[in-house]
Design a protein around this ligand. Sequence first.
Ligand SMILES: [Mg+2]
Length: 236
Amino acid sequence: MSTTKGLLFDAFGTLLELEPPAPALVRELRDGWNIELSRAEVERAFAAEASYYRAHHLEGYDAASLADLRLRCTGVLRDNLPEAVRERVDPAQLMPVFLRSLRFRPYGDVTAALTRFRSAGLGLAVVSDWDVSLEGVLDVCGIARLVDHAVSTASVGAAKPSPEVFERAIRLLGLDPASILHIGDTPELDIAGATAVGIASVLIRRDGGPGPKPDPGVPTITTLAEVNGTLLKPPG
Ligand SMILES: [Mg+2]
């Protein structure tokens, strides 16, 4: 068994969570346009937008394409909001409101865990299904300074579980895949993708609930505090 020298982390659902965006949008539409919507109406529109984003996030690979992707996401959100919004608010007006409502934050255990891994001398990289704004989001969340590299799938042009994003991180860390452990929350993307390039993985289940079962032999954790001596292979 190789000594663990590096860790890869998925971002959304592993390091970062989204603050519920609907209340902010409800508030801004009320204050800015005097349009009163229920939280449920706005949540439905955000669900449609999130689904569109997941299918199209690779299309935000530089500043111009990201701006275009964000405008299309705003359009999907608006198309799924009630008629009062569609009649009175155009996508260009809605976009800044939409972007302000998307606020990511690190889970409570993340900063301490990354600091601990860094002090232990491990190489750390984020590998995420995200557009090219990934590094900026990690920076705002205080995580960018705690990891060595951040690789978005949009920057490599292939989504998980394709090997590209993992291979880029392996090259950047300069480590043997056998000495790397990947931690992610989605078995079919994180575990399958890491396994395909020879990286061992751990499934993190933030809600602690029963979810899809990973392959036998893939440990399941609920917090990064559990990534310790039994999961990290020591030298020798
Ligand atoms: Mg995830």
